[in-house]
Design a protein. Structure first.
Length: 57
């Protein structure tokens, strides 16, 4: 399964509160069917941010 990702057209890869809330809800919902979310990738132009690598997961 591909990690969740979203685009930030502003060019800023900093996770928003909405990004953090969405990731939490996805993890909780998918845990009900034994699916683990390992990462959430934010794409902003040519830059990316891994929430897992940043310790946000």
């Amino acid at each position: 399964m591909r990690p969740p990702h979203d685009r930030h057209p502003s060019g800023n890869t900093t996770p928003s509160r909405a990004d953090e809330a969405l990731t939490k809800r996805l993890r909780e919902a998918l845990a009900l069917v034994d699916v683990r979310v390992l990462d959430h990738i934010i794409v902003a132009g040519n830059a990316t941010l891994s929430m897992a690598e940043q310790g946000l997961m």
